[in-house]
Design a binder for this molecule. Sequence first.
Ligand code: FAD
Length: 514
Amino acid sequence: MKYRIDNIKISPSNDDIELYLKNKYKIDDFNYKILLKSIDARDKNNVFYLYNVMLECNEKILGKNVSEYVEKSVELDYPKYSFSDRPVVVGFGPSGMFSGLYLARCGAKPIIIERGSRVEERKKKVEDFLKNKVLCDNSNVQFGEGGAGTFSDGKLTTNVKDKLIGFILYEFYKHGARENILYESHPHIGTDYLEIIVKSIREEIISLGGEFYFDTLFMDYSRDKVLCKKLIDDSIIEFKSNHVLLGIGHSAKDTIRHLYDNMHINIEPKAFSMGVRIEHKREDINKAQYGKFSKYLPSAYYKLACHNDRGIYTFCMCPGGFVLASTSDNNSIVTNGMSNNDRMGDNSNSALLVDVRVDDYYKSSPLDGIDYQEKYEKLAYSISKDYKAPANLVKEFLEDKIAKEERSIKTSYPHGLTFCDLSKVLPNYVISGLKFGIVEFDKKLKGFNNPDAIIIGVESRSSSPVRILRGENRCSSIEGIYPIGEGAGYAGGITSSALDGLKTAIEIVNKSNE
Ligand SMILES: Cc1cc2nc3c(=O)[nH]c(=O)nc-3n(C[C@H](O)[C@H](O)[C@H](O)COP(=O)(O)OP(=O)(O)OC[C@H]3O[C@@H](n4cnc5c(N)ncnc54)[C@H](O)[C@@H]3O)c2cc1C
């Protein structure tokens, strides 16, 4: 008999669910599966793990949290792709990976176009930038196989509720992620595992007849002709397809500009956010979240939000992570964060963001938000005329002063910092929002306004400043072009981008069978 048992509380100092089940139900011969594991830290004097499990045994199990277990399948059907053309997937980030994988399993033999290199080579180019400040235009933290989230914390949490999310998590697991992503309430992969997963998904697509063109830039689409440029020798290659899934991410500004200026695709401006990264000591955040239990628990996560006249919030928190130099443009600075799977770096960091509204930047074009982002990224670079990021410490920032040097917290940012007046690199409403937020967040997470905490600018690419409009069939105003993922403005983050790509692929395959 299979049972579902909910709300099992286990002390972090004694975290052994198998032993718990054995002792509690006096059983020796049983199977179990963890369905959900979360940490309840609302009361710092009584922090505990909360489990939901499936228990299979011959004994009769009774209790108020016990019910019959109903298996939920995460498997999908793969109807045959019945159009005569091969679909072209542009960009191999999460949206391209999951649409490509689904199309391949439906027998569509997709052609994948990716401006960056395959992940093994891309990694070397990213390391060259982080160590030597040599930026490769097409293989960097934003571009290249795996997309923007490859060098990340690999957080898989999303606000979107959809039954396909179980499928996405299961595929990440099947392709190399650790099993705990299937049941943890805040699953994350870690950059050290992401590379393996990306390669494994590529290999499955190839094994099903898919074809990859790396270092190849999507240039144009007209009627059924997809024009691409091989970046090695600038030669042009052409594919015929009526189904082009455009998963180019929000940093492909050149492609977005071409789509709007020359191809006249319908785009609308979109609100986004800007701000900084904030770094604290990992231990301090752990203690603030878990009190005396912190020594038994993994590095702590937080998510905070408040309002003055705008929304202010933390985003993409990386426990035990590193602040990453994440630009895809020469002479500009963009921050973001990443962590390894163990999340054991000295610091924990998070984006600290303030809402940017369309009327903050709109002049005449839906692409004005891209120019606005670029302006502040370039200003950030102009402070040092190097990749040393503009920064301040919290105490001085709140007092309108400029810190001279780091104190008890040492930055993880790879290119070093230039302490400066951050109002030179961010709009005033962002600066006042950040000040308000830091003070407010300290009321919720003690030590958030640690005087030595480091704030580093600019965090400008947390979401897309444009949305490429699409109809009910998920097609854009240009027949044959299906914008997917974050760059299209319909997703934000790894899981929601993967979901968006997957849903479009399902729609196209279904249409092929109508
Ligand atoms: C450092 C960092 C850390 C992050 N951490 C997290 C996290 O922990 N959790 C989370 O949920 N999200 C995180 N994100 C955000 C997440 O990575 C993105 O939301 C997600 O990758 C978007 O997926 P996508 O497929 O829409 O686009 P992308 O991942 O941006 O992929 C787009 C791909 O298209 C390619 N491309 C662009 N233009 C062209 C062209 N013209 N021709 C051919 N190819 C092209 C690019 O090279 C790129 O590979 C992070 C982002 C960064 C940069």
